[in-house]
Design a protein around this ligand. Structure first.
Ligand code: HEC
Ligand code: HEC
Length: 255
């Protein structure tokens, strides 16, 4: 009895370990070995090669097989209709695949002085883990157009929570500075200051953010705050001629 339980426990462990270590093995067996609707990939591609490419797609775009193939997440992969072209995403992916092949074969391959090893374009080059490859600045700009600075700020936090450190979006100080510059140009002074406050909370030593903050205060008729911000910018990046110029003018009492 004890031995039987032990044996069963042992079996259970073996299965668990297999599932963790060779997680992909059972999935492989669920996928057919012959393909009926390959238009870009070679028809006689091996299952192993095909799956390497397909898994590459899922990782490069941060999606699942069911994003492009007819099938439900809850279903076994053996029930998927992989050959079907019903999903628009699959048809898009096929065009993308042709585009990538063409870039590598017709454009990059003819460059002179290619480095070693030669770098090829892949889905990840643009997608970097997301289904729609946008920049953070684009995302913030769209959000602000829809819901103002508050919507942009909420999105910034949400995206940062999800993607920070993954190399997917640029969370460095430049993004919010560029965004704030756009708001400043549009004369949205409260929005500019709010964006810079968020940036300076994250990057207190971003000289350019202090300089922009100085400009926003200046335009908001807040000369003292403007001077303080510009001086901070100069401490961090001494000798910046543009900042020096504005500061001199401010101190002389003009605007
Ligand atoms: C981003 C979209 C995308 C994702 C995600 C994706 N595939 Fe595909 N898959 C394709 C495209 C496009 C083709 C067709 C390629 C061609 O025409 O040469 C294809 C073809 C296939 C085929 C061959 C079907 C046939 O009979 O012609 C199989 C099998 C397959 N995929 C399995 C998978 C599996 C398993 C996953 C998840 C690990 C997956 N795919 C994820 C886009 C995708
Ligand atoms: C040169 C950059 C670039 C490369 C490389 C690239 N893509 Fe894209 N892809 C885009 C852009 C840009 C869009 C979004 C277009 C839009 O929505 O306006 C997109 C959209 C898609 C979509 C549609 C997403 C959706 O939700 O509708 C799929 C699927 C896709 N790409 C798959 C791939 C696959 C698979 C590869 C690699 C074979 C790839 N892409 C390589 C730029 C690229």
């Amino acid at each position: 009895m004890t031995r039987r339980i032990a044996a069963r426990d042992g079996l259970f462990m073996v299965v668990t370990v297999m599932m963790m270590a060779g997680f992909t093995a059972p999935i492989t067996a669920q996928v057919p070995e012959e393909y009926t609707n390959l238009k870009v990939l070679p028809e006689d591609i091996s299952r192993r090669q095909l799956l390497t490419i397909m898994r590459g797609f899922t990782r490069a775009l941060g999606v699942r097989c069911s994003t492009c193939h007819v099938g439900e997440e809850s279903q076994d992969l053996s029930e998927y209709d992989f050959a079907s072209d019903d999903e628009a995403t699959k048809r898009t992916a096929r065009e993308m695949l042709e585009m990538v092949q063409s870039i590598n074969e017709n454009v990059i391959s003819s460059l002179v002085d290619r480095g070693t090893p030669e770098i090829e374009v892949g889905c990840v080059t643009c997608h970097a883990g997301r289904r729609r490859p946008t920049t953070l600045l684009q995302e913030l700009t769209w959000a602000a157009a829809d819901g103002g600075w508050e919507a942009a700020e909420a999105l910034y936090h949400e995206l940062r929570e999800r993607y920070y450190g993954l190399g997917t979006l640029n969370f460095g100080p430049r993004t919010l500075e560029d965004f704030a510059t756009g708001l400043l140009r549009a004369d949205d002074l409260p929005g500019t200051l709010a964006a810079l406050e968020l940036n300076l909370g994250l990057y207190p030593e971003a000289a350019n953010s202090w300089a922009l903050k100085g400009q926003a205060h200046m335009r908001s008729d807040q000369p003292e705050e403007a001077i303080a911000a510009l001086e901070r910018s100069l401490e961090l990046l001494p000798g910046n001629p543009r900042v020096l110029q504005v500061l001199e003018r401010l101190k002389a009492g003009g605007d």
